[in-house]
Design a protein around this ligand. Sequence first.
Ligand code: AMP
Length: 170
Amino acid sequence: MNFKNYIREVPDFPSKGIVFKDITPLLEDPVAFQKAGEALLYFTDGLHIDKVVGIESRGFFFAPLLAARLQAGFIPARKPGKLPRQTRKQEYALEYGADTLEIHAESISPGDKVLVHDDVLATGGTARAICDLVRSLGGEVVQCNFLIELTFLNGSDKLPGIPYRSLIQY
Ligand code: AMP
């Protein structure tokens, strides 16, 4: 299946110069949605995974599905102020300014084998922040996987030593 047929490119969204990769056509198509989930799952073949961390917001479409299939726990990495219990935060740089993501501190136990999932790997700052967060709690990131990779931004350079996979490359 050519998954690119289900990605809509939206120029100048959310700001000028960005070509936004809209994955909602893929989510709306039952066959494409199911096959994309299976393909992401296939990336983890042979890996033992205890927890799947999904990154707010668009990482939440597939991460819980992967967690359920892997019989692993799902952990949401959220924007600040959304999680009620004690959290561990990680700040990371954006093109302009900075952002923060957090997870419940007790959701990762030392030695946990963790899959990190997001929709798009762009500059890699977001995924790297989550990997740092997981490792600061004693978890081991066994893979980062993404629906889409913007290879021209070299985001994988920010994930040295971390196995990563992506389903669709631009
Ligand atoms: P980065 O930290 O630069 O790798 O950016 C990754 C995050 O930004 C992901 O959570 C994506 O959802 C979002 N993102 C970055 N660039 C795009 C894009 N061109 N289209 C859609 N989402 C994007």
